[in-house]
Design a protein around this ligand. Structure first.
Ligand code: MG
Length: 159
């Protein structure tokens, strides 16, 4: 049986923080604030994987009250989660995602993000898609206060 899961995350933009999306450091004057590295895209992908596998959510596995995950590299968390997926005798078919960000433009970084996510997930880049959208000047994204990300993952049984 094929299984699907969705993921959503948002983080606040702040000065003095790196902007890391899908494990890629994006040059920008603001970055994402959070307990971990605040990689909003990777967090959405993690929740999509956990959702598809029926394994709860990112906060359950990596609580932000736990000092262990302070400043954590979200790509390392992603690798742990894909390992959990394998332990559940499931295999990743594909991931699709959308980053909702006003600035900077993600197009120049899209292929690198895709390749980095695919490497972390242990799949070909063709199994991972990364899209970008803006807030059209409205809402917290449009005002440049934060960045949001959505992801969907499809899993199938390991044979
Ligand atoms: Mg998060």
């Amino acid at each position: 049986m094929t299984r699907t899961g969705i993921g959503y995350d948002s983080h606040r933009l702040a000065e003095g923080r790196p902007l890391i999306l899908g494990g890629v450091l994006i040059p920008h004057e603001l970055g994402l604030a959070g307990h971990s590295d605040a990689d909003v895209l990777t967090h959405a992908v993690i929740d999509a994987l956990l959702g598809a596998a029926g394994l709860g959510d990112i906060g359950h596995h990596f609580p932000d009250t736990d000092e262990l995950w302070k400043g954590a590299d979200s790509m390392a968390l992603l690798v742990r989660v894909i390992s959990m997926v394998g332990d559940a005798r499931l295999r990743l078919v594909n991931v699709d995602s959308t980053v909702i960000i006003e600035r900077p433009k993600l197009a120049p970084h899209r292929e690198e993000i895709r390749a980095r996510l695919a490497a972390g997930l242990g799949v070909e880049p063709g199994c991972v898609n990364v899209k970008a959208s803006t807030g059209e000047g409205i809402g917290f994204v449009g005002r440049g206060e934060g960045v949001a990300a959505l992801a969907i993952a499809t899993l199938e049984p390991l044979v």
